[in-house]
Design a protein around this ligand. Structure first.
Ligand code: SF4
Length: 94
């Protein structure tokens, strides 16, 4: 809403393989559930002190791969100040 200055009123899920579309109106219950989910994820992100990398095909598109000890045998040292980025403030508009 803050980006588009409009609230989401209708959602359509398009299932390409089945060739079907499922549409429904967004109500206050949906909005509240999404806000709760985002708030919970934000809290978990803030509390997450240990991040375990998972190597896979997605690593080919990762901008962090050169620093990643899980992916690269001799990773480059992190750039100066890289560790200080953990100070993140998360806020949700009510
Ligand atoms: S290179 Fe490391 S950080 Fe990047 S996706 Fe792979 S495991 Fe994750």
């Amino acid at each position: 809403m803050q980006v588009y200055q409009q609230s989401l009123k209708r959602v359509s899920l398009v299932f390409l393989r089945a060739g079907e579309t499922l549409s429904f109106e967004v109500n206050d219950d949906h909005r509240q559930k999404v806000r709760s989910l985002i708030a919970e994820l934000a809290l978990r992100l803030r509390a997450d002190d240990e991040w375990v990398p998972k190597v896979g095909g997605h690593c080919d598109r990762c901008g962090f791969a050169q620093y990643c000890a899980a992916k690269t045998e001799k990773p480059e040292p992190l750039p100066e100040g890289g560790r200080k980025l953990r100070l993140v403030q998360l806020a949700l508009a009510v």
